[in-house]
Design a binder for this molecule. Structure first.
Ligand code: TYD
Ligand code: MG
Length: 449
């Protein structure tokens, strides 16, 4: 019987090695940094010089373009940058219950229909459960299933079966029996991932793994994986929202910040071609504290509603709450509104939310945010179709943002207007529905007019 390699524990912060796990590193004092590792590969190794290998001149490397295989699930392909790159290692991350398994199974079915061989490792569910979901989403019978959690067996099976695409659902269920840690621990996730990595990088298999993340992103697993994989696709928002947005947060073979928009239906995820219309469909018009932001996600313009609620505060420290936009952005907007436009929120609680569960990170949200806040504070509604985008600086100036024409076009396509934007972006064509704004003061003055 082969001897089980011994394992030890190592602090990921300072490298301190110990024979057992510590909650707090005795050396550097960091908490929760201990990870199990295979500690020795036999005493004989080490000091002998390794043999030299031939080096390759960069100019002599054959130029092989990346070969992309479209999955046929169009919104998924969009996030991937056109399809799965052959031999790539992709992580599909998200909260439990958001739709990772569903999307993966739909992609698998579509790949099989297009002639690929797909091996789906279901470590989380029985084959019967997968069958149940498959019949729900109308998945093809040609998908090969492997109910297994032992990473070594998965590796061996994949090498024997040689699928075009290997799918693992999920990485948290995989265990490497050489290690003692429980499934889902950082050490186990890393050890399993490195086996899968070999399949992708050396054997040229395309590997897609599912990874769970909690709302706080605290489960270490997927975070540990992010450095290893070629692409990270994350489900955004939570399962209570209409939309399931998949965003590429890392992509070695394509653009990041491209998004795919899905709706969870009775028979799986359905791509949404026109998210703006769905996002704005439930909007109440003529209510103070609402302004539409024309944002751009990747290359795609998207209209979302910025909502603000301002109420008298009975607290010593008035409340500031933001959903879908960074609290720091809201605090800055409040400060600029107070200082540059004379609108005080000192006695008010402020709540800000991006409707529909979309998260906005770009600075263009500043102008609609300021308009919504001013509108809520003054209790005066904006023009019913008001759209805005623009960054606001600390001196109160409104700055232009990229993709201005696309944003204006999207607003026009949805029949909205007027469009508030930086005066510097409004320039030549002078469309009547454009409302150039120079400063936050001017923005506040425009509310209700
Ligand atoms: P699932 O893909 O199992 O989530 P994850 O793998 O990320 O944990 O999907 C979870 C939810 O989606 C579940 O609550 C049921 C729902 N669902 C539908 O509404 N319609 C469907 O067709 C399917 C397959 C799932
Ligand atoms: Mg699942």
């Amino acid at each position: 019987m082969p001897k089980k390699p011994s394992s030890g524990w190592r602090c990921q912060q300072c490298g301190y090695a110990a024979p057992k796990w510590y909650g707090r590193c005795p050396d550097c004092g960091e908490f929760g940094t201990f990870v199990e590792e295979i500690s020795s590969r036999g005493a004989s190794g080490s000091t002998n010089a390794a043999p030299a290998r031939n080096t390759v001149r960069l100019g002599d490397v054959a130029h092989s373009g990346t070969e992309r295989v479209p999955t046929g699930v169009s919104e998924f392909d969009r996030v991937l940058g056109g399809g799965l790159v052959r031999g790539s290692f992709v992580l599909l991350a998200g909260e439990p219950g958001i739709g990772k398994s569903t999307l993966l199974l739909q992609a698998a079915a579509s790949l099989v229909e297009r002639g690929s061989k797909v091996l789906y490792v279901c470590g989380e569910e029985s084959v019967e459960q997968v069958k149940l979901r498959a019949s729900r989403v109308g998945a093809a019978d040609g998908i090969w299933l492997l109910p297994e959690v032992d990473a070594a067996i998965v590796e061996a099976t994949a090498l024997a079966e040689r699928p075009d695409v290997l799918m693992i659902d999920s990485i948290q269920t995989m265990v490497d029996t050489d290690l003692d840690g429980v499934a889902g621990s950082v050490g186990q996730v890393r050890a399993s991932a490195s086996r899968l990595m070999r399949l992708s990088k050396i054997e040229g298999m395309t590997v897609v793994v599912v990874g769970h993340v909690t709302k706080e992103g605290t489960v270490a697993g997927p975070r540990v994986l992010e450095h290893t994989v070629d692409a990270v696709l994350s489900f955004e928002g939570d399962r209570d929202h209409v939309f399931r947005i998949v965003r590429a947060t890392k992509n070695r073979f394509g653009s990041v910040s491209e998004i795919g928009v899905f709706e969870m239906g009775e028979s799986g995820l359905v791509g949404v071609d026109n998210p703006s219309s769905v996002l704005l469909s439930d909007r109440a018009q003529g209510v103070p504290g609402s302004c539409v932001l024309a944002t751009v996600e990747g290359t795609r313009p998207l209209l979302v509603e910025v909502q603000a609620l301002v109420t008298p505060s009975y607290l010593q420290m008035p409340r500031r709450l933001a959903v879908g936009v960074e609290t720091a952005r809201v605090l800055q907007s409040l400060a600029v509104l107070e200082r540059r436009a004379g609108l005080s929120f000192a006695q008010h609680d402020v709540y800000v939310s991006i409707a529909g569960g979309v998260r906005v990170t770009e600075p263009a949200v500043d102008l609609p945010l300021a308009l919504a806040l001013a509108s809520a504070r003054l209790d005066v509604s904006l023009a019913p179709g008001a759209v805005a985008f623009g960054e606001i600086g600390l001196t109160g100036e409104v700055r232009g943002v990229r993709h201005t024409p696309a944003r204006i076009t999207e607003a026009g396509r949805m029949g909205l207007g007027p469009v508030f934007l930086a005066a510097s972006s409004a320039s030549a064509d002078g469309k009547p529905s454009l409302r150039p704004i120079v400063s936050v003061k001017e923005a506040v003055e425009s509310v209700g007019r």
